[in-house]
Design a binder for this molecule. Structure first.
Ligand SMILES: O=P(O)(O)OC[C@H]1O[C@H](OP(=O)(O)OP(=O)(O)O)[C@H](O)[C@@H]1O
Ligand SMILES: O=c1[nH]c(=O)c2nc[nH]c2[nH]1
Ligand SMILES: [Mg+2]
Length: 159
């Protein structure tokens, strides 16, 4: 779908699993880490995959909500975490504007911040990521979609 936020970039469960495993592969050589801080909710599934691959069993959360679907609002910090993050690995699904990443980095300045996807505006705030997509792309995660009828491309263009 194309709207004012740009083109949707749908990601399947398989693709997400494969890309999160690629992230774990990169992170393995940058550790060892004490544990993972997952940024809810988007970071939960990638954090579970990375935790499995890096054999990390200590998993905490920072809970931040900024978007209502595609609409950005104020960042609402529902749960923080103590300490400076030294030795910890922060996992989120993506950085977009970098607003969430900035808050998390200020909260845990010594942690390693990793995401599966990065858009250009947020990219400088991430230590490790796998796939870059353009700023006007909306990543559509598998937990946000259901299987449904898709109009043929020609019909969508009104031909
Ligand atoms: O770089 P930014 O512009 O801050 O955008 C990235 C953040 O936005 C999304 O979270 P959201 O606030 O939608 O909450 P959710 O993870 O619960 O879906 C996403 O999971 C990132 O955490
Ligand atoms: O599902 C999402 N896809 C995105 O591209 C995005 N950017 C900020 N928050 C987002 N959530
Ligand atoms: Mg999030």
């Amino acid at each position: 779908m194309v709207d004012e936020k740009g083109m949707d970039f749908p990601v399947s469960w398989d693709e997400l699993h494969r890309t999160a495993r690629a992230l774990a592969y990169r992170l393995d050589s940058l550790g060892p880490f004490k544990g993972i801080v997952a940024i809810t909710r988007g970071g939960l599934v990638p954090a579970a995959i990375v935790a499995r691959e890096l054999e990390l069993r200590l998993v905490d959360t920072v809970c931040i909500s900024t978007y209502d679907h595609k609409d950005m609002g104020e960042a609402n910090i529902l749960k923080g975490i103590d300490g400076d993050g030294e030795g910890w690995l922060i996992i989120d699904d993506l950085v977009d504007t970098g607003k969430t990443a900035k808050i998390v980095r200020e909260m845990l300045p010594k942690a390693h911040f990793a995401t599966v996807f990065a858009k250009p505006a947020g990219r400088p705030l991430v230590d490790t990521f796998v796939t870059e997509v353009s700023q006007d792309t909306w990543i559509l995660f598998p937990w946000d979609v259901e299987l449904a009828y898709a109009q043929p491309i020609r019909a969508r263009k009104g031909k």
